[in-house]
Write a protein that binds this ligand. Structure first.
Ligand SMILES: Cc1cc2nc3c(=O)[nH]c(=O)nc-3n(C[C@H](O)[C@H](O)[C@H](O)COP(=O)(O)OP(=O)(O)OC[C@H]3O[C@@H](n4cnc5c(N)ncnc54)[C@H](O)[C@@H]3O)c2cc1C
Length: 411
C-alpha cells in the first residue's frame, strides 16, 4: 500500500510484520531454498504467536478483525522472504476462508482457531494429475458410508504435502451429476490412508514439501464436510478470492531497491551504470509498474472487502489483479537481473532466487490463461447485459446510416 495512504494503525501493523520478517534467520531462507527444510514450521508458529496470521478473520477465531488491505500490507512485507513464505502465510487465509464462511462452529474451533494460532498447519488439495485448470473435471471421489466419507484419489503439487496436519480436499460426492453439482469439500487429517507419493524438485518456491498425495480408502468423518454436500462450487469460488487476491501484494520492491543501490555504485566505461538511460529508464518502468499494481490491488481489495458490485464483477477484478501482479513482478525481476549483469545470475545476490520463485506465480492458483478466460467471460456478460452507456460513439463517423449498413458487416 502507498505509505502516504496508510493510517497510523496500518503503519504499526506493517512494523509488526517487519519485525517478524527480520526475525527469520538467514539460514532458514537458505535451507528452504536448498530443500533442507521441507516445511517452515517455526515461521508459522512465530507468526501465530505474534497474532499475525489471518489478520482479517474475526477475533473470536484468533484473527484481528482487520480488512483485506491489511492482509496485503502484511504480505507486502513477507514477500521479500521468498514466495515459499508468502505462500504459507496465504494458505492460512485461503483454507481459513472456506471454514470461516462455510464451516460449522465445531470446525472453526477444531481447525480454524489452531490454524490462526500457528499450531495446526493446513494445505489445499485441488489439483489432480489429470489437470489443474479443469478443476471441475476432478476424479477423486468421496463415497458416503454411514458417518464417514470414503475418500479415494490423488492430488498433485500440494504445498505442505509433507508438513501440513490437514488438507482441504475437493472430491466428487455425486460423480454422475453435472460437474458444478458434483463436488464436496472435506477437511482431511493426515492419517491412515493418506500418503505422500512424490515430492517435487522445483525450480523455485522450495522448502514447502510440495508433493503428490494419495488418498486410499481414507475414512473422513462426515462432520468434516464443509458446507453442503455436492455444493462445493460456491466454496471454490469463495476460496479463489484469497487464493488470487493475495498475489496482488507487491514483493518485488525489495529487489528493485537492491538493484537501484547497486546501479548507483557499479561503474562501467568510467561512469556509474545508473547514468545510462538503458539502465535508469528500466528502473523507471519498474517503479511505474509496481506502483500501478499496488494501486490496483488495494483498490480491488477494498471493493472485495465491502462486497461492492455484483459477484461476477468482483471475480473479474480479482483475476485481473492476479494476472497483472504476477506478470508484472516477473517482468520487473527480469529487468532487475538484466541491470545486475552477470553477478545477478549468480547466488552472490538473491535476485536469481526471487526470479525462480516469481516464475511460479503466473502458473499456480489458476494460470494467466485461466484468469483471462474469467476476465473476458465476466466482461462480455457485463457489457452485453446493458445497452450503450454514455455517448454512443458508434455514430460519430462521417458515414451515412445507409453507408454504414453496407460497411459494418457481421456475417
Ligand atoms: C510449485 C507448485 C505449487 C502448487 N501448489 C498447489 C497447491 O498447494 N494445491 C493445489 O491444489 N494445487 C497447487 N498447484 C497446482 C497449480 O495450481 C496448477 O499447476 C495450475 O492450476 C495449472 O494446472 P496444471 O499444472 O494441471 O496445468 P494444465 O491444467 O494441464 O494446463 C496446461 C496449460 O494449458 C493451459 N490451459 C488449460 N486450460 C486452458 C483453457 N481453457 N484456455 C486456455 N489455456 C488453457 C494452461 O494455462 C497451461 O498453460 C501448484 C503448482 C505448482 C507448480
Amino acid at each position: 500500500m502507498f505509505e502516504v495512504l496508510m493510517s497510523e494503525e496500518q503503519k504499526k501493523l506493517r512494523d509488526e510484520v517487519r519485525d517478524l520478517v527480520k526475525s527469520v534467520p538467514r539460514q532458514m531462507i537458505l535451507d528452504m531454498d536448498a530443500d533442507r527444510i521441507t516445511f517452515p514450521t517455526e515461521f508459522l508458529q512465530e507468526a501465530g504467536r505474534r497474532n499475525l496470521l489471518g489478520l482479517r478473520f474475526p477475533r473470536q477465531w484468533g484473527g484481528r478483525g482487520l480488512t483485506w488491505n491489511e492482509e496485503l500490507i502484511a504480505l507486502e512485507e513477507i514477500g521479500p522472504l521468498g514466495i515459499c513464505f508468502s505462500c504459507q502465510y496465504s494458505l492460512v487465509s485461503i483454507v481459513g476462508e472456506t471454514i470461516k464462511v462455510y464451516g460449522t462452529d465445531e470446525q472453526k474451533e477444531k481447525y480454524l482457531k489452531p490454524t490462526l494460532a500457528g499450531t495446526r498447519f493446513c494445505a489445499e488439495a485441488l489439483t489432480e494429475p489429470r489437470g489443474g485448470s479443469d478443476f471441475f473435471g476432478a476424479t477423486s471421489t468421496a463415497r458416503r458410508d454411514g458417518d464417514y466419507y470414503i475418500l479415494n484419489g490423488q492430488k498433485r503439487f500440494v504445498v505442505g504435502a509433507e508438513g501440513a496436519d490437514y488438507f482441504a480436499v475437493y472430491a466428487k460426492t455425486a460423480p454422475d451429476a453435472a460437474p458444478h453439482e458434483s463436488m464436496s469439500l472435506l477437511l482431511v487429517d493426515r492419517g491412515e490412508g493418506v500418503s505422500v507419493k512424490h515430492v517435487y524438485g522445483l525450480m523455485g518456491a522450495r522448502g514447502n514439501g510440495t508433493g503428490r498425495l494419495l488418498f486410499k480408502d481414507v475414512r473422513v468423518p462426515a462432520e468434516n464436510l464443509v458446507g453442503e454436500e455436492h455444493q462445493a462450487t460456491k466454496i471454490f469460488w469463495q476460496m479463489m478470492i484469497p487464493e488470487r487476491l493475495a498475489s496482488g501484494a507487491v514483493s518485488a520492491w525489495a529487489s528493485l531497491a537492491l538493484v537501484a543501490r547497486y546501479a548507483n555504485r557499479r561503474k562501467a566505461f568510467g561512469q556509474t551504470i545508473r547514468n545510462y538511460q538503458g539502465v535508469n529508464f528500466k528502473i523507471a518502468d519498474c517503479i511505474t509498474k509496481l506502483d500501478a499494481v499496488t494501486a490496483f490491488a488495494h483498490t480491488v481489495a477494498e471493493i472485495v472487502e465491502k462486497e461492492l458490485g455484483p459477484a461476477g464483477y468482483r471475480r473479474r477484478l480479482v483475476s485481473e489483479v492476479k494476472k497483472f501482479s504476477t506478470q508484472t513482478q516477473w517482468e520487473v525481476l527480469n529487468d532487475c537481473m538484466q541491470i545486475l549483469g552477470g553477478i545477478g545470475y549468480t547466488n552472490a545476490l538473491p535476485i536469481e532466487r526471487e526470479l525462480r520463485g516469481s516464475r511460479l506465480c503466473t502458473i499456480w492458483t489458476g494460470t494467466t490463461e485461466i484468469q483471462n478466460t474469467i476476465i473476458q467471460h465476466e466482461y462480455f456478460k457485463e457489457v452485453l447485459s446493458k445497452g450503450v452507456e454514455g455517448r454512443d460513439i458508434a455514430a460519430d463517423v462521417p458515414l451515412t446510416e445507409e453507408e454504414l449498413s453496407e460497411e459494418i458487416i457481421y456475417e
